[in-house]
Write a new protein. Sequence first.
Length: 208
Amino acid sequence: MILFQENSFKLYHLIKKNLPDNMIYEAINFISEEMNEFFRNKLKVNEDKVIISSIVDQSGAVAIQGENKIVITLTNIEKEISVKSGNIAGGQSISKPPLVNINLYLLFSAYFTGNNYAEALRFISFVIAYFQSHNAFTRSSSSGLDPKIDKLIMEMADVSTEQLNNIWGTIGAKYMPSVLYKMRMLTFDDSIISEIRPVISGIDNYAN
């Protein structure tokens, strides 16, 4: 079940402006740049075909700059609960703020005007094909990946018709050819160690 957070597609703008550590924006921007480089090489185009943008602004007007683009929009931020981080180092228990692992849901929409519907479908096909062969990014394989990010994995989200209607209804825009991907995962850690104490041996699952 995909939890959709109302107006969360605007969050990356707030994060970019107000936080010194723009990990969410950097992750999305990295994907945008990688796709643009791929499309420039494959399609022999000079312009960026992939942009990061809200689809509509607060007044309901189209917020996308330009036409005939693939638009990446953040639709939800989800806490990753399957990963548990241990705070054990050098035989000692390290007391510090817990790691927060999150996943991002990214909507890739084909914003093509006029009689370009066929071209919109073509570019959505390109997006799917791209992530079929480029679904994992690491610092060793991708030099442009932010140093704070170890790995990104892109998975196509399984979205029902009802969920899709909910997404576009919340966005407040008319449906465009689109596909939703889940980006795993970003880890937030302020790296401030507040206390170190010896680990008590013989006790399993010791909690700080």
